[in-house]
Design a protein around this ligand. Structure first.
Ligand code: HEC
Ligand code: HEC
Length: 333
């Protein structure tokens, strides 16, 4: 991948297009980081890898990514393999196998680790980051680094980082950043939007639509959004800013970030309705983010260092919190 003027100019152009089409509130790029477009065509497809140890492991990893419930879910035959606590799949959130722009892609993710984790206050390896999703998004227990299923997932993620350097910023990461509301997001208003735009697929009780029968380890055609078989309250998707942007850029399923179906206000309110619903509880959440000023402002559980209520951290408005956190952070430096 060249570092010449051509590549840089192309990256800048694509970057500008992405910025213009998302919003003016796009977070500033970290200083000094080269911005790279997502060149998915440079990533080898796992089918085409040779039939050797690496190729087989990466293909197994993709299978676990797409059908997590069938390999390490709570209904698999071997109790020792039951690591996930729910019947979701990684790809329910990391859309299109982890390739979708603003659909929480994991392209380039492996290249970023080890990285400092604000959540634990210590450096995290890729295995530890992956286990963050196992214990929160998948409401399960950590998989050991040497477990074949973990090695397979890591191998799949490694393939998805082919040609992407650790210092590169991949365009389309995360779920985007639409403008924030000046008011708190409103779950009551969101409830009506849910009935109109989501319930057809995710069902009126948020329970989703199973592919088969409970106990058969076949997972979901449409994943649940709350209730006992969903992500727990410590998951990233349980934070309103993440959930609202994800929904805006990707839902109803099939939506692309270039052509959102929901208006900005509707996306905030329907996501507020989703995060207001009951879900499994993760123990010891108060220990997350030992540096409370590094806690994402939409973390829906305390303690906080900024004096704002749990209610405001959960539903916004976020502007006043962000300003206070910034001032407190500047004051201690
Ligand atoms: C309920 C939704 C959900 C599910 C299911 C889920 N994740 Fe995640 N995952 C997230 C969110 C949200 C993030 C944080 C993205 C961010 O910070 O922008 C994340 C982050 C990650 C990252 C770090 C990405 C990066 O760029 O640093 C990896 C790796 C990852 N997940 C892997 C997995 C794997 C493997 C599975 C399945 C075992 C999984 N996830 C299941 C929601 C989910
Ligand atoms: C056409 C059916 C359909 C509609 C309508 C739809 N979704 Fe989804 N949704 C899906 C499917 C299918 C997935 C999983 C995607 C995958 O695995 O590729 C998903 C995934 C999700 C996820 C991440 C996975 C999880 O379990 O949390 C969230 C959050 C979500 N949808 C919220 C919504 C909201 C809110 C609405 C209404 C605005 C909505 N969806 C409308 C089908 C739909």
């Amino acid at each position: 991948m060249g570092r010449g003027l051509g590549a840089a100019a192309t990256a800048a152009l694509i970057g500008l297009a992405a910025l213009a089409a998302t919003s003016a509130a796009e977070p500033a790029k970290p200083a000094g980081k080269e911005v790279l477009p997502v060149r998915v065509w440079d990533i080898p497809s796992v089918e085409r890898l040779p039939d050797d140890e690496r190729g087989r492991l990466a293909r197994y990893g993709r299978s676990i990514f797409e059908a997590t419930y069938a390999h390490v879910g709570p209904e698999v035959a071997d109790p020792a393999k039951r690591f996930a606590g729910n019947n979701l799949a990684c790809k329910n959130c990391h859309l299109n196998g982890g390739f979708k722009k603003f659909g929480l892609p994991v392209i380039g993710a492996a290249a970023d680790y080890p990285a400092y984790s604000a959540r634990s206050g210590a450096p995290a390896s890729l295995v530890e980051r992956l286990n963050g999703c196992m214990t929160r998004s998948m409401n399960g227990r950590p998989m050991p680094a040497g477990l074949t299923e973990m090695r397979a997932l890591v191998s799949y993620l490694d393939i998805l980082s082919t040609g992407i350097r650790a210092d590169a910023e991949v365009i389309g990461k995360g779920a985007g950043r639409m403008p924030e509301l000046a008011r708190a997001a409103d779950p009551a208003r969101g409830r009506a939007i849910y009935a109109d735009k989501c319930a057809l697929c995710h069902r009126s009780g948020g329970e989703g639509l199973r592919r088969g029968l409970p106990g058969d380890a076949l997972g979901y055609l449409v994943p649940p959004l709350w209730g006992p078989d969903s992500f727990n309250d410590g998951a990233g998707m349980n934070r309103l800013i993440t959930a609202a942007n994800f929904v805006h850029a990707n839902m109803p399923n099939g939506t692309d970030w270039t052509a959102p179906v929901l208006g900005v206000e509707d996306a905030w309110d329907v996501a507020a309705y989703v995060v207001s619903q009951p879900r499994p509880h993760k123990a010891d959440l108060a220990a997350d983010f030992p540096d409370k000023l590094a806690k994402p402002i939409d973390t829906p559980y305390g303690p906080y260092a900024d004096g704002f209520s749990e209610q405001q951290h959960k539903y916004g408005p976020f502007g006043p919190i962000a300003a206070k956190v910034k001032a407190l952070d500047a004051a201690r430096k």
